[in-house]
Design a protein around this ligand. Structure first.
Ligand SMILES: [Mn+2]
Length: 228
């Protein structure tokens, strides 16, 4: 077991200033595991900057980037131009703009990095996926429609059969508050919509939140802790 901290960050969506500000506060070190819950790209102003920052972050800590539906759409657009329109209309336009508007300006290193993102991550007490899960299936048997696409208000899963706590993103919490179902936490607190980018440490549930400009939230509502 790594001796460092276990921290997850919600959907970044090109919000570089918020991402930088969170990293400054967390100050991840070589023993820390930093799980990014997917959707680094699209909609926000600086996808290129976010991916560059993620690449350097690999040298600073144990970085665990999960695959989100926006990464899947972007990859598909680059592999099959017939699907590019769907991506562009889902925030890909802003992604492309961050590379000067040219698909050819997206470095191969960025696409390779996105391709290397994982479908899930699991520890003794927790599991991390981008969107959703089937409570009765093991993590390596989860259908992609749940892992990457199904919003929590469409399919609200029960506790996973493993007994582990689920940590997810993808379903924007438009109030800006972390969704806490006890057995499930959703850290997508809608930064790209003007709310907060959230990071949470486990098992302490220490919460950091910053706005799209990187200003820290001072009146953070307490999230129910693990029973003490
Ligand atoms: Mn998503």
């Amino acid at each position: 077991m790594p001796a460092g901290r276990l921290i997850a960050i919600g959907d970044i969506h090109g919000c570089l200033a918020a991402f930088e500000a969170l990293l400054e506060r967390i100050a991840p070190g070589p023993d820390d595991t930093l799980v990014l819950l997917g959707d680094y790209v699209d909609r926000g102003p600086d996808t290129r900057g976010v991916l560059d920052r993620m690449l350097t972050l690999r040298n600073a800590c144990r970085l665990v980037p999960l695959m989100g539906n926006h990464e899947l759409m972007m990859l598909q657009a680059f592999e099959d131009h017939w699907t590019a329109y769907e991506w562009l209309e889902s925030g890909g336009r802003q992604t492309l703009a961050s590379y000067g508007g040219k698909p050819s300006a997206v470095p191969a290193e960025h696409l390779e990095f996105i391709r290397s993102c994982r479908p899930f991550y699991e520890t003794d007490g927790y599991f991390f996926v981008h969107a959703n899960y089937d409570p009765q299936r093991s993590l390596d048997e989860q259908p992609p429609i749940l892992l990457y696409w199904a919003h929590l208000h469409v399919i609200r899963p029960g506790p996973h059969r493993s007994g582990k706590t689920a940590v997810v993103g993808h379903t924007p919490q438009k109030t800006g508050e972390v969704l806490d179902l006890g057995y499930l936490l959703c850290l997508d607190t809608y930064c790209v919509g003007g709310q907060w980018l959230s990071a949470m440490e486990f098992p302490s549930r220490r919460l950091w939140q910053v706005d799209p400009e990187g200003r820290e939230r001072r009146n953070t509502n307490p999230v129910a802790d693990a029973g003490n």
